[in-house]
Design a protein around this ligand. Structure first.
Ligand code: DC
Length: 223
């Protein structure tokens, strides 16, 4: 088996709705690498905590995080035996995820699980602290962002395509509020690290953003 340290990680961090998930998954597909959507872990814990009716505090959510069995099968997410891929995408779960993600016990409970997903031939991991905390030795660290207005527009389009009602002004407010909460927290705040390279996708297509990540990764491979 390949030693963990030899398994390359591409860390893609950045704010909500910047396209991290889509771009990370496509980069992983192109390279034949595994993909970790770390936000899905926080969302699954939030869903479990909401269902259990526990207080979303360090003790309550921490216990739920430690006890939750979360697994991935391609793009599907399971909580215990149940498929929760769709359920974790609701706004209510997103808001709760952002709250519990600020709690040390929750982040601690999820740390080893994220690292365990580093398997040959490589991993593309997206989230907020992939390059700073979870995989500090990642070969490539990208801070992927887009303007708040563009992110609201994209989320609006996504929701309309799914047949869900959405108001672009409310979405923009939500995105700004979540950015503020994720950036202001003491633990693993949302922030571009010095060793991460910026990729602003405001005026890039998904394909162009994927090509850019692949080019930056290829540049790490040439001596
Ligand atoms: O990327 P996302 O919107 O699915 O993430 C849901 C929440 O989880 C978001 O508010 C921030 C948090 N999160 C985090 O704190 N650290 C990560 N590595 C991934 C997500």
């Amino acid at each position: 088996m390949t030693k963990t340290a030899a398994v390359p990680v591409i860390a893609i961090d950045g704010p909500s709705a910047a396209g991290k998930g889509t771009i990370a998954r496509l980069v992983a597909d192109k390279l034949g690498f595994h993909w970790l959507d770390s936000g899905a872990l926080y969302r699954a814990v939030a869903l479990a905590a909401l269902r259990a009716g526990v207080q979303l505090d360090d003790a309550g959510a921490g216990r739920v995080a430690a006890a939750s069995e979360i697994s991935f099968e391609g793009e599907e997410v399971r909580l215990g035996p149940e498929l929760v891929t769709e359920a974790i995408r609701s706004e209510a779960v997103g808001v709760a995820a952002s709250q519990i993600a600020a709690l040390p016990s929750v982040r601690q409970a999820l740390l080893a699980r994220q690292r365990a997903l580093r398997e040959a031939p490589g991993l593309v991991a997206d989230g907020r602290d992939m390059g700073s905390v979870v995989f500090p030795d990642a070969v490539l660290k990208i801070y992927l962002t887009a303007s708040a207005e563009e992110r609201a527009r994209r989320r609006h389009k996504q929701l309309i395509e799914k047949g869900m009602g959405a108001n672009i002004h409310t979405l923009l407010q939500d995105i700004k509020a979540r950015d503020a909460r994720d950036s202001a927290r003491a633990l693993a705040p949302l922030k571009k690290q010095d060793d991460a390279s910026l990729l602003d996708t405001t005026s890039l297509t998904i394909e162009a953003a994927v090509e850019e990540v692949l080019a930056r990764f290829a540049a790490t491979r040439t001596p």
